[in-house]
Design a protein around this ligand. Structure first.
Ligand SMILES: NC(=O)c1ccc[n+]([C@@H]2O[C@H](COP(=O)([O-])OP(=O)(O)OC[C@H]3O[C@@H](n4cnc5c(N)ncnc54)[C@H](OP(=O)(O)O)[C@@H]3O)[C@@H](O)[C@H]2O)c1
Length: 334
């Protein structure tokens, strides 16, 4: 159903994207409209500990009396590091609140009811797909109680990640690699196995095409019992490095407990395989180079799948051409 708020909701979603994709809080945008439907203020959330989108928008008007607030997520109803947005909207005297997606959070939901109880006209579920898409990662992480996991690898057209002698630098194009650095900076953590640390001595920083560091650097996490060598580049990482051992689901639960909501899994093959086998991957980013290598070094090994009916069924959410490569983004259905 097309409503008069659809275009404003799309604009609110654009504003939400100005906030960080990383961190414990979702990206949220808010617009204030006057009685004629003209935009009088725009707000968005800039990350945990900063004002929520509604409060940001309210701070830009002298009076919000009689205005309509259009928000991508149901206004929250709980006091975290900042106060409840539902109360701020009531106190400001808005006449109507229009939102896209219900807040599923146990602590935060109930904002719409509180607004209704205060006599405010509440219009829910305007373009719910838009609101859902914005915070898909955050929703999944909170529902599963573990970070959203994006697994990435680069392979040839015949699914090989290295030649028979082990050489693998560089299979994919520089454009694909730049894209991967950009993605790193959109996750709270980057994880690799201890095998990769010992073989490649990676720095695991997120860098621009010029080699400069992005302003946000994800925390590197090394998974495995072997020590990180004293000369490892990881010791110079601006965020330091976290060393984790034990069952993967327990590691992910511990990361969630310290506020990690997204993890970028960069391999190597053994760790990647275990994550997939255990059903711990949400999204796959696969850079496919127009090259054939043959041999046994395939992108995945035994996934515990014996027959076609057990295949992990994914849906493709995006394909792009980068340099000579095709980059496929696919998601699990869970
Ligand atoms: N093409 C690519 O995209 C790409 C990406 C990354 C790496 N690589 C290449 O991959 C090679 C290293 O791969 P790799 O498979 O030997 O190492 P890896 O996957 O990076 O690390 C494997 C190690 O992780 C630890 N680990 C902890 N929990 C695990 C679990 N549940 N399942 C599996 N491993 C677990 C184990 O170390 P402990 O014994 O210490 O516990 C294990 O030996 C390097 O040559 C590197 O260049 C390629």
């Amino acid at each position: 159903m097309i409503t008069k708020y659809d275009d404003v909701m799309r604009r609110a979603a654009e504003l939400a994207l100005r906030g960080p994709r990383t961190g414990e809080n979702p990206q949220v945008g808010c617009i204030l409209l006057d009685e004629s439907g003209t935009i009088v203020a725009e707000g968005w959330h800039r990350g945990a500990g900063t004002p929520h989108a509604e409060v940001d928008a309210l701070s830009k008007v002298d009076s919000a009396k009689g205005l309509t607030a259009v928000v991508t997520l149901e206004p929250c109803n709980h006091t975290g590091r900042t106060g409840p947005c539902s109360e701020a909207l009531i106190a400001a005297g808005v006449a109507r609140v229009v939102y896209s997606l219900d807040d599923p959070g146990v602590a935060a939901r109930g904002g719409a009811q509180k607004l209704t109880d205060a006599g405010i006209d509440v219009v829910p579920h305007i373009l719910p797909g838009v609101g859902e898409n914005l915070v898909h990662r955050w929703l999944t992480a909170n529902r599963l109680g573990r970070p959203w996991v994006t697994a990435k690898w680069g392979s040839t057209l015949d699914g090989r990640v290295a030649a028979t002698d082990g050489t693998s630098q560089w299979i994919t194009s520089s454009e694909s690699r730049s894209f991967i650095h950009h993605l790193r900076a959109q996750h709270d953590t980057i994880a690799v196995g201890s095998g990769t640390v010992l073989a490649d001595n990676p720095s695991l920083t997120a860098r621009t095409a010029n080699g400069d560091l992005f302003p946000f650097q994800p925390l590197p996490v090394v998974i495995g019992a072997r020590e990180i060598p004293s000369g490892s580049s990881l010791w110079s990482h601006p965020r330091g490095v976290l060393h984790e051992t034990g069952p993967l689901d327990e590691i992910l639960a511990r990361l969630f407990d310290i506020g990690v909501r997204s993890l970028f899994l960069e391999g190597g093959p053994s760790l990647l395989n275990s994550f997939i086998r255990e059903g711990l991957v949400d999204e796959y980013i696969v850079c496919i180079a127009p090259m054939l290598l043959g041999g046994t070094r395939t992108s995945t090994g035994d996934l515990g799948i014996d027959t076609l009916t057990q295949a992990r069924k994914l849906s493709i959410v995006e394909t792009q051409h980068l340099g000579g490569d095709i980059v496929v983004t696919a998601r699990e259905a869970h």
